[in-house]
Structure formats: structure tokens, C-alpha cells
Design a protein around this ligand. Structure first.
Ligand code: HEM
Length: 239
């Protein structure tokens, strides 16, 4: 316990918390992106998949609690490290001694992370809470159901996604937000390697390629769905 509190009070310990919680969130984002691509396989496949995620409900809630824990840890580490940096330099230098690239990256990491967080709040209202006021279609996604092959009813997630992206402004907002999130991840993955002590001159180029490539793959996987809907995919679900 003492070791843990000493670790959390130290700068490297906080960086580990930031890196480990970020890695956990990255796993969720990757699995979610792969799951979303099943929209392209049609209503039967996607709705059966979404149904399996809710059964058993206890498992879904366990995953949600883990996600909330990871978000809290990530935010805590971000605030603690920022306050620590400010305390170490209470009066801003007239001239910054950090390289412009470093200060630019850390500042933009804060606001890109913040905007991505606000996007997640909107996204939860849109597709999880299904608050009718935020989808800009005038429709209530919460009343749509789909019948599974065994006769059981389940929420019609497929129709919700197609309707959800039928408003171009919403589709564009998702593409822009996911772009910002992936930009955040491309920097975050590299920073995590550094915090874990795995980044040196020899590995720097490989790590940069890996983080940029991974973030680009996530971006393309996520935007495939709103872009496909914008191009007319699935429109028969709304008739
Ligand atoms: C175009 C991109 C995206 C699409 C099409 C999409 C689609 C969906 C859908 C359909 C659901 C509801 C699932 C259900 O009720 O069965 C959902 C839930 C969720 N999404 Fe996304 N999503 C996207 C991007 C993201 C991103 C980038 C994040 C995180 C940064 C994210 C985080 C979540 C979370 C946390 C939930 C709630 C899961 C739960 O029920 O606990 N999504 N998403």
C-alpha cells in the first residue's frame, strides 16, 4: 500500500498510470472499431452481435465500470502531471526552454483529449441513452426493435446507426471527432512508449511509424461506417 502511494505521488508513477490507462482505453477503442464494422454485414449480423454484448448484462456493467475506472485514472494522471509541472515553474519563463514541438504537443494533447471526451458524452446520448433530442432526425431510436432468428426481440442497433448518420452534419461531426481522437492517439501511443522507457534514438522512427499507422487504421475503420451511410449504404432500413 505504501509502495503504491509512493508510486502514485511520483512523476514516473503518474506517467505509468497515464500510459497504462491509455493502453486500456486503446484496447476498448480497437475492439469497438472492429465491432462497428459489422454494420457493413447487415442488420442480422450487427443486431445479433449487439445482443450478445448485452448478455449477460452483468458482464456489460463490469466492462462499463472498468472503462469508467480507466477514464478516471487517465484524467487524474493528466491533472496531477499538469499541476506538478506548473508547481515546478510557478512563474512562466519569459522565454520557453522547452522545444516548441514539445510544448505544442502537450498543449494540443490536452485539448484534443478534452474534445474527444466531449464527443464521447454526445455519442453516449446519441446511441446508448438514445436521447431523441440529440439525433437531429426527430425520430426516437429507443422504440425500434429487431426480431432475432430465435424469435426474441432486441434493440434495432443497425437501423439506429443508419438513421443516426442520415443527417450529414452528424456524420461530419463524427468524422471530425474521430479524426481528433486518432490524432490524440497517434501522439499518445508514442508518449506511452517513452513513459515506459522503451523509446530511444534507435527505436524512435519505428515507434513513430507504429503509432501513426495504428491511429490511421483506427480512423479509417471508424469513418468507414458514417462514410458508407453518407454514400447510401443501408438506406432501405429507413423505409
Ligand atoms: C463512427 C464511429 C462510431 C460508431 C458507428 C459507434 C457506434 C456505437 C454504437 C452503435 C453504440 C451502441 C451499442 C449498443 O447499444 O449495442 C456505441 C456505444 C459506445 N461507443 Fe461508439 N461508435 C463510434 C465511435 C466511438 C468512439 C470513437 C468511442 C470512444 C472513444 C466510442 C465509445 C463508445 C462507448 C463508450 C459506448 C457505450 C458502450 C456501452 O453500452 O457501455 N464510440 N457506439
Amino acid at each position: 500500500m505504501k509502495l503504491l502511494s509512493r508510486l502514485l505521488a511520483s512523476s514516473p508513477g503518474r506517467k505509468y498510470v497515464m500510459a497504462a490507462s491509455g493502453a486500456g482505453l486503446l484496447v476498448f477503442v480497437t475492439v469497438h472499431m472492429l465491432g462497428n464494422l459489422q454494420v457493413l454485414l447487415g442488420p442480422e449480423v450487427l443486431n445479433a452481435y449487439a445482443h450478445s454484448l448485452r448478455n449477460p448484462l452483468e458482464l456489460l456493467w463490469a466492462i462499463r465500470l472498468v472503462l469508467i475506472g480507466l477514464v478516471v485514472m487517465h484524467l487524474w494522471a493528466c491533472v496531477a502531471l499538469t499541476l506538478e509541472n506548473r508547481a515546478a515553474r510557478p512563474v512562466a519563463y519569459a522565454r520557453s526552454f522547452e522545444s516548441p514541438a514539445v510544448t505544442y504537443a502537450s498543449r494540443t494533447m490536452m485539448w484534443s483529449g478534452g474534445v474527444a471526451g466531449l464527443f464521447v458524452v454526445y455519442h453516449l446520448l446519441h446511441f446508448t441513452v438514445k436521447a431523441p433530442g440529440v439525433n437531429l432526425t426527430g425520430l426516437d431510436f429507443g422504440v425500434w426493435t429487431h426480431t432475432l432468428p430465435d424469435g426474441r426481440g432486441t434493440p434495432d442497433v443497425y437501423r439506429m446507426v443508419i438513421a443516426g448518420f442520415s443527417r450529414p452534419v452528424v456524420a461530419v461531426f463524427y468524422v471530425a471527432s474521430v479524426g481528433l481522437l486518432c490524432w490524440h492517439l497517434s501522439h499518445g501511443i508514442g508518449a506511452a512508449f517513452q513513459s515506459l522507457g522503451c523509446k530511444n534514438r534507435a527505436w524512435a522512427v519505428a515507434i513513430r511509424l507504429l503509432s501513426n499507422g495504428y491511429a490511421l487504421m483506427l480512423f479509417l475503420g471508424f469513418v468507414a461506417v458514417p462514410v458508407a451511410v453518407a454514400l447510401g449504404f443501408g438506406k432501405e432500413a429507413l423505409k
